[in-house]
Design a protein around this ligand. Structure first.
Ligand code: NAG
Ligand code: NAG
Ligand code: NAG
Ligand code: NAG
Ligand code: NAG
Length: 395
């Protein structure tokens, strides 16, 4: 257990690091060569005397982790792990279905017309096959009670809409896992899940490239609570086999944008599919965002769950969850009858040299407090969610 003093020391260290980064030009890139050059290996500690680091490095010395297990088992060992990995498995299944569906729904000519050729289609097919491996790996961890594949619905009508949906879906798939990966009780299963989700991260990036967007404006990928991922995923699952056990995660009332930025148009304007296009942010700090949200109590998802909130239902803040920050701006023009409200996009950066915090595919929820969270305690926000999350396509 961390004492408060220890925690504040840690925080000071963390803040110290951030300010070091600030003055030492040690941040990776975004600094051009002219502005100070890349970090030298000496600056990173190469050539330093290892004994000064408190380690006696001899030719046979190998540091050992106190958590290493000689004969690991990959079976889930707790309900937390079961529910978390079952959520990830629902995600892998929809990806398998979705990528294949997109390949069948549109003709080669449709793809060609949008700048995606036979080799690009092969990559989508390959990504679908990767999902088979992921689904098998996760099912094996869960054992006999592993959920089976479900049926799905999609509302895209064109190739760019399909690509955009894939880019969003893989984003919450990726972020949904990062949120719990380090909290899993069985680190062995976490290891294989990690090795599957890094592949998913590459898929997300590929779909952004297919959309014509800048592949990764962010410096850090976001981790989300499981219930946030389930809130975003569950509307697309129609029904599951009867033997599937319902998932434990909450579903929060839907949050909708009334003025969402158009990533498809931006990608097209930038020249369409490409390894990288110079798409600047689609939005800017101070931009007015218009929201509407649903009441709690609607039935959603394959297990017919009721959407819920632990709050009184009145939102006060828009929480923009991006990179590893949560930034709030106050809601205004809150109309509790129409359930609409407005907020302005926050500014700021993670680190001073970095890109603006809100850029790329980010998440927004409406909350009743502006409590401070860091990545490892973000799930505490769940008790304060009035609606959402929704994706904010900021870049
Ligand atoms: C480091 O290891 C060497 C070789 O085992 C040993 O002779 C030496 O005493 C050790 N030094 C310290 C500071 O532990
Ligand atoms: C892309 O952006 C970079 C960085 O701002 C700039 O140096 C480069 O000229 C831009 N390229 C094009 C084709 O606009
Ligand atoms: C994001 O988080 C980092 C680390 O806690 C902090 O230094 C930075 O100021 C935050 N940025 C914003 C805009 O809140
Ligand atoms: C958003 O990211 C893109 C790609 O890195 C960059 O060109 C743009 O300047 C960023 N916008 C802001 C406001 O940071
Ligand atoms: C979350 O953790 C940060 C430290 O990393 C702490 O300052 C903050 O108060 C925590 N939030 C809650 C709600 O406990």
């Amino acid at each position: 257990m961390l004492t408060l003093t220890k925690l504040s020391t840690l925080l000071q260290i963390a803040l110290g690091c951030a300010s070091l980064l600030d003055v030492a030009s040690a941040a990776p890139s975004m600094m051009s060569r002219k502005q100070g050059g890349p970090v030298t290996s000496a600056e990173l500690g190469a050539g330093a005397d290892p004994s000064k680091a408190g380690k006696n490095i001899s030719s046979s010395y190998q540091p050992a982790s106190s958590l290493a297990v000689k004969d690991p088992s990959y079976q889930v060992i707790s309900d937390f792990d079961f529910q978390s990995i079952a959520l990830a498995l629902h995600q892998e299944y929809i990806e398998l279905d979705l990528f294949n569906y997109g390949l069948v729904k549109f003709s080669d000519a449709d793809y060609d017309a949008h700048g995606l050729d036979a080799e690009d289609r092969h990559l989508i097919r390959h990504m679908a096959q990767q999902e088979i491996g992921h689904a098998v790996a996760l099912s094996n961890m869960l054992g006999a009670k592993a959920p089976k594949q479900c049926t799905y619905r999609y509302d895209f009508q064109t190739v760019p809409e399909f690509v955009d949906f894939c880019q969003r879906l893989t984003k919450w798939g990726e972020s949904g896992v990062y949120g719990f990966l380090n909290l899993l009780d069985n680190r062995a299963s976490a290891q294989i899940l990690l090795q599957s989700i890094t592949t998913e991260a590459r898929q997300q990036y590929t779909f952004r490239q297919f959309e014509g967007l800048f592949p990764m404006p962010e410096w850090f990928e976001t981790g989300l609570p499981q219930s946030w991922a389930w809130t975003l995923l569950s509307p697309w699952i129609v029904s599951c086999p009867e033997e599937n056990q319902p998932l434990a995660w909450d579903i929060y009332p839907a949050l909708k944008w009334l003025n969402e930025p158009d990533a498809i148009a931006a990608g097209k304007a930038a020249g369409g599919p490409s390894i990288s296009n110079n798409v600047t942010a689609l939005t800017h700090a101070g931009q007015e965002n218009l929201f509407s949200w649903d009441e709690p109590g609607k039935i959603q998802g394959p297990y017919r769950q009721k959407t819920r909130t632990y709050t009184s239902g009145t939102p006060k803040f828009a929480a923009y969850v991006s990179q590893f920050n949560v930034s709030y701006t106050e809601l205004y023009d809150v109309d509790m009858n129409a359930r609409t409200a407005k907020a302005r996009q926050p500014g700021g950066t993670v680190y001073p040299q970095g890109p603006s915090l809100v850029n790329s595919t980010v998440f927004v929820a409406l909350t009743d407090t502006d409590t401070f969270y860091t990545p490892a305690n973000l799930s505490l926000i769940n008790k304060h969610v009035v609606a959402g999350p929704a994706i904010y396509q900021a870049g």
